[in-house]
Structure formats: C-alpha cells, structure tokens
Design a protein around this ligand. Sequence first.
Ligand SMILES: NC(=O)c1ccc[n+]([C@@H]2O[C@H](COP(=O)([O-])OP(=O)(O)OC[C@H]3O[C@@H](n4cnc5c(N)ncnc54)[C@H](OP(=O)(O)O)[C@@H]3O)[C@@H](O)[C@H]2O)c1
Length: 314
Amino acid sequence: MKAIVLKKAGSVDNLILKEIDQPTIKENEVLVAVKGISVNPADAKIRSAEEGVKMMYAGQSTVILGWDISGTIVSIGNKVTKFKVGDNVFGMINFPGAGNAYAEFVASPEDQLAKMPESTSFEEAAATTLAALTALQVLETRIKKDDRVLIHAGSGGVGHFAIQIAKNMGAYVITTSSAKNKEFVMSLGADEHIDYRAQKFEEVLSDIDFVLDGMGGEVLFNSVKVLKEGGEVLSLPTPPPVLEEAQKLATIKNAKVSALMVHSNGNDMNKLKVMLENNTLKPHVSATFPFEDMADAHLQLESGRTVGKVVVTL
Ligand SMILES: NC(=O)c1ccc[n+]([C@@H]2O[C@H](COP(=O)([O-])OP(=O)(O)OC[C@H]3O[C@@H](n4cnc5c(N)ncnc54)[C@H](OP(=O)(O)O)[C@@H]3O)[C@@H](O)[C@H]2O)c1
C-alpha cells in the first residue's frame, strides 16, 4: 500500500511517499481503506520535533504520522462486534500515540470509531475528528446554558467546532479572529466578534465564565483578566510551567487555569455523529489536497491562517 513515512523529524521534505506492507489487525481492530485524512497543527508540530516523534512513536521503527480518518472497513478482527465489512466510519486513531494514518489502509481499535452519517461526505467526516473531539471534550463538562464563553481563534479547526457546540449548549458566545473571518464565525452562531488586530479583547470584555484559548502566550494571560470570579481558562497549546504562571494570576480572582489533551474515544465520536445527523454541527473544509501533496497540507497548517479544516483525499 501507499503510505507517507516520516524519514526523520524536521521539515516537510522528510515526508516520503513509499510502498509498504498493509498493517495487520488485532482481534479488537478493524482495517479501514482510507478515503479522507484531516491534518492538524499537531501533525506539523510532531513532524518537526524529535521529542514529539519519540513520545508518540516509542519503539516503532517506521513513523507514519496522521490520526484523523474516514473510510470503509475492509476486514474485522475476531472480537469486533460494532462494525462489519463495508461500513463507512470516521475517527481519531490512537491519539496520543502512534496513529499511522497517512496510509491507504489503517488499523483502528473498534472503540475509537463511529459509523459515518449517510449524508456526510468522506471529506466532511475526516474533518470532524481531532478538532471536533477537542471542542467536545473541553466544553461538555465545563460550560452550561447562559454562560458567557470566549472562544479564541473561532475561525480555526477547534474554534469553528467550539462555537457551534457552545451555542448548542445555550451559551452566549464571543469569539476572536481577524476581520476577514468575521462573517464566517458569525454564520456559525457566534453572538459577538472581536477582530484581534483592531481591538484588545481584554479592554472590551469582562465577566466571562469560560475561555477556550487556542493561542497561548499573551492571549492566555490576557484571558485571565476577563474572567469573572470563579471562571476558567482552558489553554490548548500551553506547556505546564507557563500554565502555572497563569494560575498564579488567576488565583487572585479565585479563577482556574487548566489544560486538556484530546483522547481517542468512540463514544465521543458517536456524539459527533448525532450532531452531524441533526445538523447542529457542520464541519467547514476550506481546502483539500491529494495524498501526494501532504507536504502542502502541512505548510497550510503551519501558516496559522487555516479557516476550518484541511483534508487530504485518497
Ligand atoms: N491540547 C490538545 O489536545 C489540542 C487539541 C487540538 C488543538 N490543539 C492546539 O490548539 C491550537 C489551535 O488548533 P486549531 O486546529 O484550531 O488551529 P488552526 O486551525 O491552525 O487555527 C487557525 C486559526 O487561528 C486564527 N488565529 C491566528 N492568530 C490568532 C489570534 N491572535 N487571535 C485569534 N485567532 C487567531 C486564524 O484566524 P485569522 O486568519 O482570522 O487570524 C485561523 O483561522 C494549536 O496550537 C493546536 O496545536 C491542542
């Protein structure tokens, strides 16, 4: 089968298209013929950092990046009960860990997948994986109806799902992006938009219950300032030492700074499936690339300007 192997940690030039053996499946796994792969900032960060590759692919000699897939099941292990050959499925495979998803065939534990809704395309299903799971796993236990929620980078992969999920939960949603993406984020249901290039959100907002921070740095520290007493900022990209610094600031107003690592989860994938089916969640795929052009998909993610999701098709 065709796969994109990472020769060594570094630039996109290290992503090499190769012919390798198909994976074998364990008794609780299915083999998926991949149709769509979505690419995340995490893919590019892990590609470029030796520690990242070592952490995710410990003990594996051939490194194949990628976690987000949609496709069709072509074989099943002896103990698989939820799926059959021919089912179209989507999911985030083995994250955090070795995804091995930049390939024509991927082995996946059955409990990390959901069946695709009938009216969802392979591109849309591939898009509704890591970024959507992150938004779901962050928001479902942290916000409630009528909360004032601030979502940074509302036009990005996580943000565009988070706006929709927070609105469906009954929150009042304020979001940041540049002016060119205002119309897009408002179309997702946001109540207020702040153009971060024209306005300092920390000067115009206050009394916020929950902030989803996809940026880190100054954005995290300024987000603490807009929290109400007892509020929370969850930062996706911030490392622990910086989180501790921000927590010191938050403690003064009895607020909380937290983090989360998204995890593969078939039950959560099924929740996303239901949202797709009842049209309360819609992925936005702004660009698709052929499999051979995976490097271009990585460069797009590294630009920091991606709107919604980028999908690679097979
Ligand atoms: N911890 C976890 O498990 C986890 C999971 C998912 C993601 N993450 C991390 O979370 C971050 C966001 O991920 P993502 O997939 O949403 O990224 P993304 O899709 O690449 O986000 C791109 C968006 O960010 C917006 N943006 C850039 N600078 C901004 C700023 N200063 N203020 C507001 N918006 C800004 C851009 O809008 P404009 O072009 O309008 O500026 C663009 O639409 C990444 O660092 C990722 O690695 C962590």
